[in-house]
Design a protein around this ligand. Structure first.
Ligand code: MHO
Length: 227
């Protein structure tokens, strides 16, 4: 549909972004794979992580398959437009990224382990693109929910940058932001690859190993400072 045009590679300003709407998209309440709720509030000790790694269909499947992951959902985040539609996100005029919200039990899988899966399953050096998918909605992003997540994200970025550099890759373009609003994507996008077995999956890593980050107690970081 957009093949004759260069897809937008600049995030619009809040003023130039599409206006969106107050009404949230309604989606089913139960995850088709885990059987758990798609919406919070989440019982203790569950925590929330959020990642942008390109087209969200394959990325959601990656995370729902991990031990300790309670629920996942796909949505739009890190842009300006409230409650956007997929078509609006595809215009590049919402500023949103395609993201996966991961609800996990940290006593079974750590945030550091989720980060390892994040880095190893996409190419974080591609800017406003992931493989064949081009545009600001395919950028690499980590949207953190706590200072601990921020510290681990920054540490793992620095470590993985060295690994990538050693293999001849360019600089990491991943954005690390204090979790912006998360808007659920339309029902047909939720657990898409269960509804459409054999459907499009553009998940491709660099093939380079990432070690699991660990922070020392007392690390002090500024949430929202960026990477
Ligand atoms: N190239 C894919 C991307 C889908 S994804 C949800 C398509 O246009 O169908 O961005």
């Amino acid at each position: 549909m957009f093949s004759f045009f260069e897809k937008n590679t600049e995030i619009p300003t809040a003023d130039s972004a599409l206006p969106g709407r107050a009404q949230a998209i309604e989606i089913d309440s139960v995850h088709l794979v885990t059987g758990n709720p798609l919406h919070g509030p989440w019982p203790e000790p569950l925590q929330v992580a959020c990642f942008g790694m390109g087209c969200f269909w394959g990325i959601e499947r990656l995370f729902w398959g991990l031990d300790g992951v309670y629920s996942t959902a796909v949505g739009y985040s890190a842009g300006h437009t409230p409650n956007p539609s997929y078509e609006e996100v595809c215009t590049g005029m919402t500023g949103h990224n395609e993201v996966v919200q991961v609800v996990f039990d940290p006593t079974v899988i750590s945030y550091g382990e989720l980060l390892k899966h994040f880095w190893e399953n996409h190419d974080p050096t591609q800017g406003m693109r992931q493989g064949n998918d081009t545009g600001t909605q395919y950028r690499s992003g980590i949207y953190i929910h706590s200072e601990e997540q921020m510290a681990l994200a920054k540490q793992s970025l620095a470590d993985y940058q060295l690994t990538l550099q050693g293999a001849g890759f360019a600089a990491i373009t991943t954005e690390i932001l204090a979790a912006p609003d998360f808007y659920y994507a339309e029902e047909y996008h939720q657990q898409y690859l269960i509804k459409n077995p054999g459907g499009y999956c553009n998940m491709q890593g660099t093939g380079l190993h990432c070690s699991i980050p660990s922070t020392t107690a007392g690390d002090s970081v500024n949430v929202g400072e960026g990477s």
